[in-house]
Design a protein around this ligand. Structure first.
Ligand code: HEC
Ligand code: HEC
Length: 259
């Protein structure tokens, strides 16, 4: 059970309990009031944390600036604030952790997985587990997982599956020019804050999952071009991802290689 789930259960519980006490004789009304106020303020605190987590998710460079090196927000890849299927959604994520992580070679927590995206996808540094930014992001992801049957992944988790193909960066450049450059710009820098950077100093680093053309192809074949998603052939998706992979980007800082 997630923290967010707990507090809503608690909130639902005290309303009938308080009512019963008011109707019954001999109830200490004052203690009912104190108890309800405490429950309400816990629920309020949790709601504020969830709200802050969504702000950080949607505008990461602004609300978690000390941990971000790129211009990317979580929602630039985890589309629609982490709710879009096959854009690596955060729905039903919390109950999948702890989980074995191939790259790290050991079992990781949800906090560790978020740290991984900070040091790689955000080209920054990992926020400590007890930092306000981490607590808020976890509260938000817990909230998106509140209906989860523990251990059961969301059906739209991750990306669509593509057959393994070999990308041609020369044809990929042509795809980029005709179908991507109008938003992400010819130099890949995007148009901030609307269109995120695909390469260059303000994009994800070379340790990020998205830096693998197979991963990017699976992301874009379903989600891009943003104005006509689902129109790219798998081969075109591989070609354009291969082209983007030839472009320069920040180096992953090996200090953070645990995640
Ligand atoms: C440049 C794109 C990008 C950005 C920005 C990004 N991520 Fe990710 N994230 C990924 C990719 C790619 C994966 C791997 C998904 C897969 O392979 O199924 C991933 C995976 C994850 C996972 C595990 C998902 C799963 O299904 O196991 C979590 C949790 C996560 N990211 C959180 C975040 C948070 C929080 C932020 C912002 C601080 C963030 N990410 C920013 C690309 C990104
Ligand atoms: C109409 C504008 C538009 C077009 C055209 C477009 N994108 Fe995007 N792209 C976006 C937006 C906006 C996002 C942020 C996610 C979202 O809100 O959908 C994004 C996100 C991305 C991301 C993840 C974030 C990042 O910066 O790495 C990648 C990769 C990407 N696009 C690749 C492409 C490729 C490749 C094409 C061409 C096949 C393309 N896009 C065409 C608007 C566009």
């Amino acid at each position: 059970m997630t923290a967010a789930g707990n507090s809503s259960v608690a909130t639902a519980w005290w309303i009938p309990a308080a009512l019963f006490c008011v109707l019954a004789t001999g109830c200490a009304r004052q203690s009912i009031h104190a108890n309800s106020a405490k429950q309400t303020s816990n629920a309020d605190d949790q709601a504020a944390l969830i709200h802050q987590g969504k702000l950080i998710f949607d505008e990461t460079p602004k609300y978690a600036s000390q941990y971000v090196g790129s211009s990317l927000a979580c929602t630039d890849c985890h589309i629609a604030s982490g709710t879009a299927a096959y854009a690596a959604p955060m729905i039903d994520m919390a109950g999948l952790f702890p989980m074995f992580n191939k790259r790290a070679g050991h079992t990781i927590s949800l906090q560790n997985r978020i740290q991984e995206c900070f040091s790689r996808s955000e080209a920054g540094s990992p926020p400590p587990s007890d930092s306000p930014q981490m607590k808020s992001l976890v509260a938000y992801i817990d909230y998106l997982s509140k209906d989860q049957v523990r251990g059961q992944p969301y059906p739209g988790r991750g990306f669509v599956k593509l057959p393994p193909l070999t990308g041609d960066p020369v044809h990929g450049k042509a795809v980029y020019t005709t179908q991507c450059a109008q938003c992400h710009a010819v130099d890949g820098a995007g148009v901030l804050p609307m269109f995120p950077a695909l390469w260059g100093p303000k994009s994800f680093n070379d340790g990020a999952s998205m830096d693998d053309p197979r991963t990017m192809a699976a992301f874009i074949v379903h989600n891009m071009p943003q104005n006509h998603p689902g129109t790219l052939e798998p081969q075109d998706a591989y070609d354009v991802s291969e082209y983007i992979d030839t472009r320069p980007r920040p180096k992953f800082n090996e200090v953070y290689k645990d995640y």
